[in-house]
Design a protein. Structure first.
Length: 397
């Protein structure tokens, strides 16, 4: 039984018998077209002329063909249907393609081979970048990172203002929890003596603790500040408000990107959580190819490594804990809901990446029905059996 080895090189598909090339099919004379075919092969899609190569090998008496690339193994089997050859997977072995191409007269020298390979690989890289950029989901990851950085800066400015303005009006720290409201009071009103019911109600309209703030400012134990002090605190707080507005704008931008590029993922996880999962995974493609069990613990890597090391405390959820279906549910339901949510996120990401169909309404309804089922079935916490302590009998003399 004659055996030939099938290899995909940057310059074409070749069949080897030892170090002899028994058949060869180049990709295309046009560089860009050759690069496109080579990229397709990397993704497991073979050119049509490979079928002719298989027929030629069968005519030459090669009945067993081995292939070392699992990506093209399955498609080679399909192309071999009706041809008197058998395709078999083999473990990869080192090979000097430069030597083979020169020895078999496919190129004149190693230098020529290197130049041609470089040209094809450079063109393939340029093409792959164009394809990646044409999918706007690549913009979501840097946008999420920018959002996270702005979030950290807001927290830094807010904590700095609490410390600085707290010297003057420490009681306000316990009365205002929202960073934006706190920073607005500093920038629009300033010193506590300037506070009154009118300007407070305009600055933080509808706030429940307006009267408490006014009472606290009358009895405040804080230090008095000069106008110069007030000016610099205000300028610092204004930076915080500017960052808060930037965060809102970034969130709207991320929402628009997610609704266009990942409508199904957005319907299941929400635009912000969905974008964070996408960023953690490294892109929509990687998220789409990720198993649901991995998606479930994305963001809980430290807890997962600790579990793998100690065998205790397996994480039930990672970033998806932020989803309202998970964090608003009783503890005994969270693990089950997290599993269902991760499975639906996995399906949604695959649809968004591979078929680009909008099936958001269908997926959302399926998720809601499954959540209702869990909440009904596991409405009560599981009963834990009490361990009966064994008591020792009386000592015998």
């Amino acid at each position: 039984m004659a055996t030939a080895r099938i290899l995909a090189s940057p310059l074409g598909i070749l069949a080897l018998d030892g170090d002899k090339v028994v058949s060869f099919r180049s990709y295309d004379n046009d560089l860009n077209e050759a690069a496109k075919i080579y990229l397709n092969i990397q993704n497991g899609v073979l050119p049509s002329n490979v079928k002719e190569l298989l027929k030629e090998l069968a005519d030459k008496g090669y009945s067993l063909l081995t292939v070392e690339d699992p990506k093209i193994f399955e498609q080679l089997n399909k192309l071999a249907e009706g041809i008197a050859v058998s395709i078999q997977y083999a473990e990869p072995e080192p090979i000097d393609l430069e030597f083979l191409f020169v020895k078999n007269g496919l190129v004149n020298s190693r230098e020529e081979y290197g130049q041609k390979v470089k040209m094809v690989c450079d063109a393939a890289l340029a093409l792959s970048l164009k394809v990646a950029i044409s999918r706007r989901d690549v913009l979501i990851i840097p946008a999420v990172h920018a959002h996270e950085n702005v979030e950290k800066q807001i927290n830094t400015v807010y904590m700095g203002c609490r410390e600085w303005y707290g010297i003057h009006f420490p009681e306000l720290n316990d009365l205002i929890d929202d960073p934006e409201d706190y920073l607005k009071i500093i920038t629009k009103i300033g010193l506590r003596d300037k506070m009154n019911e009118e300007n407070l109600s305009k600055t933080i309209p509808g706030h429940k603790r307006l009267k408490e703030i006014l009472m606290a400012k009358e009895k405040s134990v804080g230090a008095n500040l000069l106008e110069q002090d007030e000016e610099y605190i205000k300028r610092f707080a204004e930076e915080g408000l500017r960052l808060i507005q930037l965060r809102k704008d970034l969130e709207n931008y991320i929402r628009s990107l997610m609704s266009l590029e990942a409508p199904n993922l957005t319907a299941i996880a929400g635009p912000i959580l969905g974008s964070k999962l996408l960023a953690l995974a490294g892109g929509l493609e990687k998220l789409a190819k990720m198993p649901a069990s991995t998606i479930q613990v994305l963001g809980a890597e430290k807890a997962l490594f600790r579990f793998l090391k100690t065998g205790r405390g397996a994480p039930k959820h990672g970033l998806i804990f932020q989803h309202p279906y998970v964090h608003t549910s009783p503890k005994w339901q969270r693990g089950k809901i997290a599993r269902v949510l991760a499975a639906k996120i996995s399906i949604a990401a695959r649809i968004d990446y591979f078929s680009r169909e909008d099936r958001s309404a269908e997926l959302r309804k399926a998720l809601e029905d499954r959540i209702k089922e869990i909440k009904t079935k596991y409405a009560e916490p599981p009963r834990r059996e009490k361990k009966v302590k064994k008591t020792k009998g009386p000592w015998r003399s």
